[in-house]
Design a protein around this ligand. Structure first.
Ligand code: C5P
Length: 411
């Protein structure tokens, strides 16, 4: 568990019934060693007491621009903060912040800080789903604000629905993630994600079941570890603001984008499921049913990973994937050697909850360390794709630092 020792956090509490949960968040942050400065809005004061936060926080609660000894509390709080957390964040605070208006100490602090900002929205379902709220939130996300999304459950007044504040433990985990060390700072990482589509005619294609979840999880994890990240992808899935996205469709488009992006990359990950074959001559117009069953002649697509292996510069780390249904390790070992990769992440896509379309994965990471002929095999048990991504990046990082974490040699 990441310690927050010495980290200064402004805990902004705005006026919703969920403000009582911020008490727990405050206590947990202080327990982890953080210096917590509570800032309560006038609305929050109607739900929770100043004394509670003053007692649990690291300094006296502040509620106004005008009641401190310092004439400019918002700049003091904003400048000193390592992170500003708004929990709960009401529709009003989100809207005011998105509009750049500062009309109380909390919104002034949000504008006066350069530290990361985390907002934890909590409100009734109707308010949460209102386009104005969603647009404000989308704008804040584009500006780099981090969101801990609300869950579903019991709301004020007994209603049940989406809009319930995230659990305190999840809010604190998000803060810990953001304030954790950045082992990939200075790294340029390129990840391919999704499955390619090879046109048969203007409306049909040869495709595969890749959802892009594992590739996107790798990109998000690398970004959170401080890397600058480019994702070359065929899918439209959300990614943290700050990741560069290049949309492609075919294997050839992906090859061109990856070869260009890889030139100055430190880590290149081919997580995409590239079609192995494509129609030689896609039809210019839609193939008509009444013309009979078409004969579609296929040709192999370029092997992008092997191409990247052939231009790999010294020190660059190249990661490939192997989706198999049998002989997992042998097949993956062959790919490691043939394609010039340093690491192959192999999964048995026929196993339950593994691979395509699932949120979870189970993999074996095969790694050949620089200057070694031996291949290590690291088993990563069934887990969330984000944690699988973390395990892959741990191994990639260890290649750079020359660490030997495992000695499970395959030969
Ligand atoms: O040979 P196979 O398709 O099983 O290899 C899987 C690995 O090779 C994956 O990392 C995939 O992204 C990559 N690949 C590629 N170009 C292809 C086929 C696969 O880069 N045409």
């Amino acid at each position: 568990m990441t310690s927050l020792a010495g980290r200064r956090i402004v805990l902004g509490v705005s006026g919703g019934i969920a403000a009582y949960k911020a008490v727990e968040v405050c206590r947990r942050l202080v327990d982890l060693g953080a210096h917590v400065s509570p800032v309560l809005t006038q609305g929050a004061l109607r739900f929770v007491g100043e004394t509670t936060f003053s007692a649990l926080g690291s300094e006296r609660v502040q509620t106004s621009l005008w009641d401190e000894v310092s004439p400019i509390p918002h700049t003091r709080l904003g400048q000193q903060a390592d992170l500003v957390l708004v929990c709960p964040a009401t529709a009003r605070v989100l809207g005011t912040f998105a509009a750049g208006i500062s009309n109380d100490l909390l919104t002034a602090t949000l504008l006066a800080t350069r530290a990361p900002v985390v907002v934890c929205p909590a409100m009734h379902t109707e308010m949460w789903e209102h386009p104005a709220v969603q647009d404000n939130l989308a704008l804040l996300v584009r500006r780099g604000v981090h969101v801990v999304p609300p869950g579903e459950g019991r709301l004020a007044g007994g209603d049940i629905g989406k809009g319930r504040l995230a659990e305190p433990v999840d809010v604190v985990a998000a803060v810990q993630r953001l304030l954790s060390p950045k082992p990939l700072a200075g790294w340029r990482v390129v990840v391919s994600s999704g499955g390619t589509r090879e046109p048969i005619d203007p409306v049909r294609f040869i495709g595969n079941r890749s959802s892009g979840k594992q590739g996107h999880a790798l990109a998000s994890e690398a970004f959170e570890r401080g890397a600058s990240v480019t994702v070359v992808t065929t899918v439209d899935r959300p990614l943290p603001a700050g990741i560069v996205q290049e949309r492609v469709e075919t294997a050839e488009q992906m090859r061109q984008a990856m070869m260009a992006a890889a030139v100055d990359a430190d880590l290149v990950v081919m997580a995409a499921a590239v079609a192995d074959f494509r129609p030689v001559d896609p039809a210019a117009g839609k193939i008509k049913k009444d013309k009979g069953v078409p004969q579609i002649v296929l040709e192999p697509t370029p092997d992008i990973l092997a191409g990247l292996g052939s231009i790999k510069r010294p020190g660059q780390i190249l990661v490939g994937f192997a989706a198999e249904t049998s002989d997992l390790r042998d097949n993956a070992l062959g790919k490691l050697t043939r394609k010039g990769a340093d690491l192959i992440v192999a999964n048995d896509v026929s196993a339950p909850q593994v691979g395509f379309e699932h949120d979870t994965n189970q993999v074996v990471i095969l790694v050949r360390r620089p200057g070694s002929d031996e291949v290590e095999a690291i088993d990563v048990p069934l887990d969330d794709k984000r944690r699988i991504a973390a395990a892959v990046l741990d191994v990639a990082q260890s290649l750079r630092s020359g660490e030997h974490q495992h000695d499970n040699a395959l030969g």
